[in-house]
Design a protein around this ligand. Sequence first.
Ligand code: PLP
Length: 373
Amino acid sequence: MPRVYNFSAGPSCLPEEVLKECAQEMLDCNGTGQSVMEMSHRSAAFEPIIAHAEQQVRKLMNVPDNYKVLFLQGGGSTQFAMVAQNLAIHSGKAAYIQTGVWAKKAAAEAKKLGVQVDIIASSEDKNYSYIPRVEKIAGGYDYAYICFNNTIMGTHYEYIPDTGSIPLVADISSCVLSEELDVSKFGLLFAGAQKNLAPAGVTLVIIREDLITETPRAGTPTMMCYKTHADNGSMYNTPPCYTIYVLGKVLDWIERNGGAAGMHRRNVEKAKLLYGYLDSSEFYHATAEAGSRSLMNVTFLTKYSDGAKDEAGLAKEKAVNAQFVKQAEAAGLVNLKGHRLVGGMRASIYNAMPIEGVKALVEFMKQFAAENA
Ligand SMILES: *Cc1c(COP(=O)(O)O)cnc(C)c1O
């Protein structure tokens, strides 16, 4: 079976070069006669692997010296709780901007832990198809929280809210290293690896040192304290060794391809091609508003999703979407089904998706539109 173009939102495609390197080193990594999967995390063989991954994160993201880089487990979803437990410790109040499913889940988790959550802006009025403009965040908040790229809704912030002295926390799970980002504007950044960095299993956390507290909210388990992991170089317990190893290789690949700026150039080119076609088409349209569009997750509907929704219309839309996904798969373009909250299709075009994949998708879309107009 030849390799397909995989548009999955996550876990998602990885650079082929990286997969080949991993395969080559599967039985013998760096002359150790072992696979990384088999190494003790405390061994001399593994130490340089985790050190390299951290060093590459620092270099490629230009992480200032007063930030710690942590490799944790539990995915982005565990960070929803960890952020609240470790940061909501002075006023016990936090500000959330609601831009979709992931931001909502994060706010709900903080609430569950007894944090006073204020939703200071929301785009719920238009099914989260845009990013609200928040000029200045003030008030006695312990932190302000945003989801920088909304994987499900296909939206992305084109600005960083000004939070003054309030630490800004951002979930960058689906846009990490897709563009340059000024880390110093944030108190804490986190990203589950399985969208743009590595296979599932590791969560990257970048946290300003003054936010690493010894006194998190009462009852916070040891494993949920940033301090535990910061004090132990992410080795308080067994880290996800193999995933960290692949992460290091993906970061090397990013560096070889121009770093964050190089990724951004490639991603803009890919997204332009796809949005450009969507905007010119009578058959499809993008669901995210211009000015809020994600470079990573492109959500779109067909013309059958427009207008009044009677039962016949809905059935037609469902049938056309299902047909699209099925025919695309047969053409080697997989995982294009949209999330049920948006409907239609979603093409995730992360760093590792080559421009050829996007070109093939647009060609397929043109043909499908001609056949179904
Ligand atoms: C996928 C995703 C999550 C959830 O990540 P898990 O690692 O599955 O917990 C959170 N936030 C965003 C923006 C995501 O894309």
